[in-house]
Write a protein that binds this ligand. Structure first.
Ligand code: GLU
Length: 863
């Protein structure tokens, strides 16, 4: 225990050093709390840190703990605290301990700020007076038009409030049944609750502490009165901090009042400061209580006061000493006003808080839903139609209301209208989103003013840091009522604003250039057959030629008399030499024939089968060749997101820098998308500010743009050489954003559903996508017609012809040289002499004859 106290003391010393200004001055403010109130201490310290940013003389905390209800200890601790010289004190929760300290503060003229519900005449009471809580409960009961109800209250502390509620009905009103219960550990309220069930009352007002109310509701559920036929109003400002998880689906109408919303950014910030995530009780509860909110607000109120007072508190003790300047602080505090505290505006009148407001909320299956507000001067103002709620004035009608609509430039949602004349006001804008707002306005009767958002950031809200930006921020801080463009509904944004139901559905996909035409290959005439078919064709050709050669030699019929005039020849000749066999076969294959005609049955059989084979082969080749040469091959560099992630073909990619698409990859839990996220993080230059820049990049570079399918569709109708690669990577929708709990959301939703069902949205989409400003890009391929064949297609055939001719010529010349060489040897003349002779013979173009192959004459003439 001693160690703990010592540690606590050291922390205090550190705090004091942290909170002194450059002259070593600071104003001490005291907090005496019940032991184990670390959360309050954290909030106290945080509040002081926050206000010190704007204070010349900073505040500095003096925090002490006492045992709950130990008034003597409270007194001694206070005496020790006074030694530090404190300018104000926040007291403990126990009524009597705190009363003792208040008396001491009154003696010393030190202002005492009360944050608990025991209103004390000489203190500055931040907790609303029971008068106003009673009024609020009375007005809500009136608004709900209850004709009779049971008032169930916790005895003791709540009698004052109960009496005031009853007094408000002194002049008549609903029939009231008043029942009391006591707070005990293991308390059993079931018999009282059963009595209520047996009575005719199905409307119940419960007034009690947050500790008892949970047990009462739980036992009410067991007894069977938490059902859709029962209505409850809870008269406790901390009701929202109770864990209501088990009642959310009960369909019972449970209404509460509170001074702050869990959605308040400051509340969220403080919750994340004081709690670990797992500490939170459940989804349907706000783990931030009135004492926490009021302690923070109390520091704000005191900080405001300290700005006007120039002197520092003095050291006192518990004897006679008095702080003579303390009353000045009290006077300033009494007059101080704080307008943006967590619990709303702070004004004191005779130490009582006035002009505050309560939020009315009800428990529904999705959580706590704000349905209205209450203030002393305006009474109950509800935000929605509810059969049980009387509407004050024509609050839910949108007729003649004017909203500011934030628009962002993005084709075709929000665009600047092209015109030769100068346009003003809403007339300057056009597009799908603009028309949607116009139609909603016509339907619901409101007026609107478009404001073009200054940058391309649609924005988000970070619940951890409470930071928001872009359009979302503008709506959150109230600069606009509605936000519309291709604004995707995301969970992150939903935390800060509300959305209508989606008016358009979409998903992320890839925008890239259309399939590229493959350049024809030189040997594209080979394409009709696969390589193995060509190889087998060559093998068949050789095999068939060889078999004709062999069979020809086997068959007697193929052996002929070379000189038909000689009746009894001495030798026979076979037409199927190997060369002739090759010639015959190739002639057949190329459909040209040859003079060689097989005569034997065997050779004829082989020849016929070969002819049959070549007929089929040639027919197939011809058919396929036509298709291959006329239809140009196209190929996609990338075909899916995996290939894009692997940068196949050197394709780079990116997305809109600050959009939901980029966010999708940042948050995705899938390997390929993680890889893409890393790539985009490493290459910020590939991210673009607006969709249109991404489209331009696709056109100019080897770049693919990750874009939403609706925008891709819009671009494809205009830019014919672009295409969408693959399907959708996710599914989501666009919605109109509005402030959280905006009362007219359901009206907008109803109108949007109606537009969907009546086909209005479809017609609008068709208009903005396919009619306005399209270039008539059809989805059909623009090169489906027959193209003429060029050298690109047929070059290979010419090449074969050329190479074949050259080879034949070279072969012919070599053969000729060889022939001359042999003759020269036979005639015993030189090669050059014989070459000259032969040259003369073949260049005598005037005659088509030459001397016979009579070597003797040639040889004799030359010898
Ligand atoms: N619709 C997106 C958004 O709401 C912008 C475009 C994108 O990120 O692809 O942030």
């Amino acid at each position: 225990m001693k160690d703990r106290r010592f540690l606590f003391f050291c922390i205090q010393i550190l705090h004091i050093f942290k909170h002194v200004n450059s002259y070593g001055e600071s104003i001490n403010i005291g907090l005496i709390v019940d032991s184990n109130s670390e959360i309050l201490e954290k909030i106290f310290s945080k509040a002081i840190d926050d206000v010190n940013i704007n204070l010349e003389i900073p505040l500095s905390p003096v925090v002490r703990e006492i045992d709950y209800g130990n008034s003597l200890m409270a007194y001694n601790t206070m005496c020790e605290t006074l030694n530090h010289g404190i300018a104000t004190l926040f007291g403990p929760s126990h009524f009597y301990s705190s009363k003792h300290l208040l008396n001491l503060c009154d003696e010393k003229e030190i202002p005492f700020i009360e944050i608990y519900e025991h209103i004390k005449p000489t203190a500055f009471n931040l907790y609303p007076h029971s008068d106003s809580i009673a009024h609020a409960l009375h007005d809500i009961i009136d608004a709900f038009e209850w004709t009779s109800f049971t008032l169930l209250y916790e005895s003791g502390d709540y009698l004052d409030l109960v009496t005031k509620v009853i007094d408000l009905y002194a002049d008549g009103g609903p029939v009231m049944n008043v029942r009391k219960y006591d707070l005990h550990i293991n308390a059993n309220y079931r018999s009282i609750l059963r009595k209520i069930r047996k009575s005719d009352d199905n409307c119940i007002l419960i007034i009690g502490s947050s500790e008892s109310i949970y047990t009462v509701l739980k036992q009410a559920q067991e007894v069977g009165i938490i059902t859709d036929t029962y209505k409850f109003i809870i008269g406790n400002l901390d009701f929202q901090s109770i864990d209501l998880e088990s009642f959310r689906y009960s369909e019972a109408n449970i209404t509460g009042i509170r001074m702050f919303s869990p959605e308040n950014p400051k509340v969220k910030e403080l919750i994340s400061l004081i709690y670990e995530e797992e500490d939170l009780v459940g989804n349907v509860s706000c783990p931030f209580t009135m004492e926490m909110a009021l302690l923070y607000d109390g520091v704000l109120a005191f900080a405001e006061t300290s700005k006007h007072v120039e002197f520092l508190p003095i050291q006192l003790d518990c004897s006679d000493s008095v702080w003579d300047k303390g009353s000045t602080y009290k006077n300033y505090l009494a007059m101080s006003t704080v307008s943006e505290a967590i619990t709303g505006n702070i004004f004191f009148e005779n130490g009582i808080r006035i002009d505050h407001q309560f939020e009315i909320f009800e428990l529904i299956s999705s959580g706590m839903n704000k349905v209205g507000t209450w203030s002393l001067d305006k009474g109950v103002r509800t935000h929605r139609y509810n059969p049980g709620v009387t509407i004050f004035g024509d609050e839910m009608s949108l007729v003649n209301k004017t909203f500011t609509v934030l628009l962002s430039r993005s084709d075709p949602f929000g665009m600047l209208k092209q015109s030769t004349t100068k346009l003003t006001g809403n007339n300057r804008y056009e597009g799908f989103a603009v028309e949607l707002i116009q139609r909603l306005a016509e339907r619901l009767g409101f007026n609107f003013t478009f404001v073009m958002h200054k940058d391309d950031v649609y924005g988000a809200y970070d619940t951890n840091t409470n930071q928001s930006n872009g359009m979302i921020r503008e709506i959150m801080i109230g600069n606009a009522d509605l936000g519309v463009t291709d604004l995707t509904i995301t969970a992150e944004r939903e935390a800060g604003v509300d959305f209508t139901i989606p008016f358009m559905n979409l998903g992320i996909s890839i925008l890239y250039k259309k399939a590229q035409k493959e350049a024809p290959k030189l040997f594209s005439f080979m394409d009709p057959f696969a390589n193995d078919v060509w190889v087998l064709l060559g093998v068949s050709y050789l095999t068939v030629s060889a078999s004709l050669f062999v069979l020809g030699r086997f068959s007697a019929t193929e052996w002929d008399n070379p000189f038909p005039c000689v009746e009894e020849p001495t030798e026979l000749q076979n037409q199927f030499t190997f060369g002739n066999a090759l010639w015959f076969t190739i002639g057949a294959l190329l459909q040209q024939g040859s003079e060689i005609a097989p005569k034997a049955a065997s050779t004829r059989t082989v020849a016929s089968l070969w002819w049959f084979f070549t007929m089929i082969i040639v027919a197939s080749y011809t058919a396929n060749l036509a298709a291959f040469l006329t239809v140009e091959q196209t190929f996609n560099v990338i075909n899916n997101v995996e290939e894009l992630a692997a940068n196949k073909g050197g394709v780079q990619y990116g997305a809109k820098a600050s959009g939901s698409t980029r966010n999708f990859f940042a948050k995705a839990d899938y390997e390929t998308y993680n890889q893409m996220n890393e790539y985009m993080t490493k290459h910020p230059d590939l991210l673009v500010p607006q969709n249109i820049d991404g489209v331009q990049k696709v056109l100019d570079e080897n770049y693919a743009f990750l874009m939403e399918s609706t925008s891709i569709e819009y671009q494809l109708a205009r830019l014919c050489n672009l295409t969408q690669i693959g399907g959708l990577l996710d599914e989501k929708g666009y919605g109109i954003a509005m402030r959280k709990n905006w009362p007219y959301r359901s009206k907008f939703n109803e109108a949007i559903i109606d537009f969907q069902e009546s086909g209005v949205l479809t017609r609008m989409k068709n208009k903005w996508w396919n009619e306005v400003g399209t270039s008539g890009c059809s989805s059909k391929s623009d090169d489906s017609g027959v193209a003429e064949l060029g050298m690109d297609n047929l070059g290979g055939v010419y090449f074969v012809l050329l190479v074949g001719s050259i080879v034949a010529t070279v072969y012919g010349v070599l053969e000729w040289f060889y022939h001359i060489f042999r003759r020269a040897r036979r005639c015993r003349v030189t090669f050059m002499e014989k070459l000259k002779d032969e040259y003369k013979v073949i260049t005598s173009f005037s005659t088509a004859t030459r001397p016979t192959d009579d070597m003797v004459s040639m040889c004799s003439r030359n010898s």
